[in-house]
Design a protein around this ligand. Structure first.
Ligand code: ADP
Ligand code: ADP
Length: 234
C-alpha cells in the first residue's frame, strides 16, 4: 500500500518580497517496503520534497497523506505524533547530541513518545546492535567516526519502528568506506525488515543500486522509474 502519498504538492518560500517556488506541483507515492533514490541538481527541490514526505514541513498547496491520513487535517501535535510513529529521518549532518552517549541519543524519540524507561533502554540497545554498534553504546558522537555517527542516527530513526526511513544525503559527509557501510545497513534494513527507504544522493553508484530512481529538476519530478510507461501511438 501507499505509506506516503503526495498529490500535486507545492512549497514556496517567501524571502521577504521574493518568493522561491522550491516545488511546483509534485505527485509522488512511497509504497510499503520500497527502495527509492531521489536524484537531481543542487537546488532542484530534493531536500524540500524529503522534508514534506517526512512531515518536517507542510506543503504550500496540495495534499499529503501519511498512512492514509491527510496531514492538512492534523494539528502540529498530532502531526508530530504521526511522524514519530511512521517515519524515521536521517540527515546528512547526523544531527546527534554531541555530549550524550549513543544510547541516550537513540532513546530520545522514545522519551518524547512516553515509552517506559526499561523498554526505552532495551529498544535503543537493540537498534544500536542492528546497525552493528553493540560495542559503542556508551560512546559519545565526538568519540566516533563519521560512519559510526551516521549509524547512531539510523538507530535513532529506527527505534520507533517506523514503516519508512527517509535519508537526505546520508553518505554526503562520509568517505567511501564509511559511506559503503551506511548503505549496506540501509539495504539490509529494507531487505530483512521491510522498511521502505527513500534517499537523496549525488552518488550515481548509490542511486543505481536502488530499485527506483526519481529525478527532480526545477521543482518538478522530471522522471520516475516507477511511473507507468507512457504509451506512444505507433
Ligand atoms: P536540493 O535539496 O535539491 O538542493 P532544496 O530543496 O534544498 O534543493 O532547495 C530548493 C530551492 O528552495 C532552492 O532555491 C533553495 O535555495 C530554496 N530553499 C530551500 N529551503 C529553503 C528555506 N528554508 N528557505 C528559503 N529557501 C529555501
Ligand atoms: P542536512 O539538514 O541534510 O544536514 P544541510 O546542513 O545542507 O543539510 O542543511 C539544509 C537545510 O537548509 C535544510 O533545512 C534546507 O531547507 C535549508 N535551506 C536550503 N536552502 C536554503 C535557503 N536558500 N535559505 C534558507 N534555508 C535553506
Amino acid at each position: 500500500g501507499a505509506a506516503i502519498e503526495a498529490v500535486d504538492v507545492t512549497r514556496s518560500y517567501d524571502l521577504g518580497g521574493t518568493v522561491v517556488d522550491a516545488l511546483r506541483g509534485v505527485s509522488f507515492t512511497v509504497s510499503d517496503g520500497e527502495y527509492a533514490a531521489i536524484v537531481g541538481p543542487s537546488g532542484s527541490g530534493k531536500s524540500t520534497l524529503m522534508h514534506l514526505l517526512g512531515c518536517l514541513d507542510r506543503p504550500t498547496s496540495g495534499v499529503l497523506r501519511v498512512g492514509g491520513r491527510d496531514i492538512g487535517d492534523l494539528s502540529d501535535t498530532d502531526l508530530a505524533a504521526l511522524r514519530n510513529a511512521e517515519i524515521g529521518f536521517v540527515f546528512q549532518s547526523f544531527q546527534l547530541l554531541p555530549r550524550q552517549s549513543a544510547m541516550a541519543n537513540v532513546m530520545l524519540p522514545l522519551v518524547y513518545a512516553g515509552t517506559p524507561r526499561a523498554e526505552r533502554h532495551d529498544r535503543a540497545e537493540a537498534a544500536l546492535r542492528a546497525v552493528n554498534l553493540g560495542h559503542r553504546l556508551d560512546h559519545r558522537p565526538n568519540q566516533m567516526s563519521g560512519g559510526e555517527q551516521q549509524r547512531v542516527a539510523i538507530a535513532r530513526a529506527l527505534v520507533s519502528r517506523p514503516r519508512i526511513l527517509l535519508a537526505d544525503e546520508p553518505t554526503g559527509n562520509l568517505d567511501t568506506r564509511n559511506g559503503a557501510e551506511v548503505m549496506r545497513i540501509l539495504e539490509e534494513l529494507n531487505a530483512e525488515r521491510g522498511v521502505a527507504v527513500v534517499l537523496v544522493t549525488h552518488d550515481d553508484e548509490v542511486a543505481g543500486r536502488a530499485r527506483r530512481q526519481v529525478r527532480v529538476r526545477d521543482g518538478l519530478v522530471e522522471s520516475d522509474s516507477a511511473a507507468p510507461t507512457p504509451r506512444h501511438a505507433a
